[in-house]
Design a protein around this ligand. Structure first.
Ligand SMILES: Nc1nc2c(c(=O)[nH]1)N[C@H]1C(S)=C(S)[C@@H](COP(=O)(O)O)O[C@H]1N2
Ligand SMILES: [Mo]
Length: 211
């Protein structure tokens, strides 16, 4: 970016970042990126639609197990939301399409004692099994999706395709890629990054990065 362009506000990234800051949408310590970085631990898992399932278990009245065609048959909605990675980049106005998590929880009927959820990534090699924990109230929101599509295209495998969780109001490590299940719990337990010191909740506007 030439200095001249920057001074005259032709740096698209800087201009947008200023706008998001003014609108109160840029959390403290974050910067806007126009790209969509790929960030995860381990390998992108293979997807076999014949073997794939999605389960909701633990403290639920009706444990749920959906095949890939069953998941595809559920009603979808579109949510436009922002995405904040704890490594300090944020992307804005992502158009996600997917199955709203409240609809899935409604079918499984959480028991009264259920307060927290362990979200499970793919169940391939145990070394790469990804988990992340969050309060049930943070998952049971109309803008939280099991996302199949992003900006009008099927989700790329490296971004969590065929299915990823999207929890827009928490740091992006809570948005598990290749999501395969939810386990309802009556206490909070740390997931993969949380065990390594990341925050149990992860509100980007409160900078809940660690601890
Ligand atoms: N299964 C799985 N999901 C994951 C991760 C991971 O390592 N494994 N990393 C998280 C982190 S730290 C971020 S920032 C986002 C990044 O999503 P993206 O690669 O689509 O940008 O995925 C999250 N979901
Ligand atoms: Mo992240």
């Amino acid at each position: 970016m030439a200095l001249d362009d920057y001074i005259h506000g032709r740096d698209e990234r800087a201009v947008l970042e200023r706008k998001m800051r003014q609108e109160g949408r840029l959390p403290p310590g974050q910067s806007l990126t126009l790209k969509w970085p790929v960030l995860h631990d381990g390998e992108v898992p293979d997807f076999d639609p014949a073997k794939w399932d999605f389960r909701v278990g633990g403290l639920v009245e009706d444990p749920l197990s959906l095949t890939w065609p069953e998941l595809l048959a559920l009603p979808r909605k579109e949510v436009t939301s922002d995405f904040h990675c704890v490594t300090r980049w944020s992307t804005f106005d992502n158009r996600w399409e997917g199955v709203p998590v409240p609809a899935v929880l409604e079918r499984a009927r959480p028991q009264r004692e259920a307060t927290h959820v362990m979200v499970c990534g793919h169940k391939g090699d145990a070394r790469y099994g990804y988990t992340t924990n969050l309060p049930l109230a943070d998952l049971d929101r109309p803008d939280v999706l099991l996302a199949l599509r992003h900006n009008g295209e099927d989700l790329d495998p490296e971004h969590g395709g065929p299915l990823r969780l999207v929890v827009p109001h928490l740091y992006a490590w809570k948005s598990a890629k290749w999501v395969r299940g939810l386990i309802l719990m009556d206490a909070d337990k740390p997931g993969y990054w949380e065990r390594a010191g990341y925050h149990m909740r992860g509100d980007p506007f409160a900078e809940e990065r660690f601890g």
